[in-house]
Design a protein around this ligand. Sequence first.
Ligand code: ZN
Length: 201
Amino acid sequence: MKGYNPDLFRKVKKAVSMQQVAEYYGLQLNRKGLCQCPFHQDKNPSLKIYPDGKGFYCFTCGTGGDQIKFVALYHDTSNYEAAKELAAAFDIPLAEPMTYREKREAELVRRHRVAVAAFKKRSTLYVKMYWILLCEAIHERNEHFTEALQNITYIEYLLENIEECPEEVYEDKKAVRRIGDIKRRITDWYIRIEADGTISR
Ligand SMILES: [Zn+2]
């Protein structure tokens, strides 16, 4: 998805409703279709989400527009960037694949993206959990203190990379193996092998 696409706005607005956009940004609609406005300090829900593609309007601060405008205001970016963001978030195909081969390639790209997203979610969970355990170990100077000192920087580096460029981490066999090790390490974190060889938790 690159360059100017004259159909971008039309396709995005057709594919994603205002309600979907509101939900995507975690806004809770009440029965009247009102939610708390993210564009001013809103105590009572005063932003109305209109059905059937009629957009949104805040009765307090007067902000209004369509799906794309909402995202642009929310991220303080251009309408073009907002439309691209929505297209990516909702997996909207912007160009129809022409040949069988192109369709097949698009499908592979889509599957790859889903796999990377799942990997990112899973890895973040394990690595963050391990990072919390290491922080705790340093803070408490407990039996994992040395392990924590040795690993904390790498773990923070790994977390940053998973966040910034998950695709590259996903392709990096060493990093993937390391994340597998981390997962196992968390599982046996509280297992202690006693002097007589028995295992306790
Ligand atoms: Zn408002």
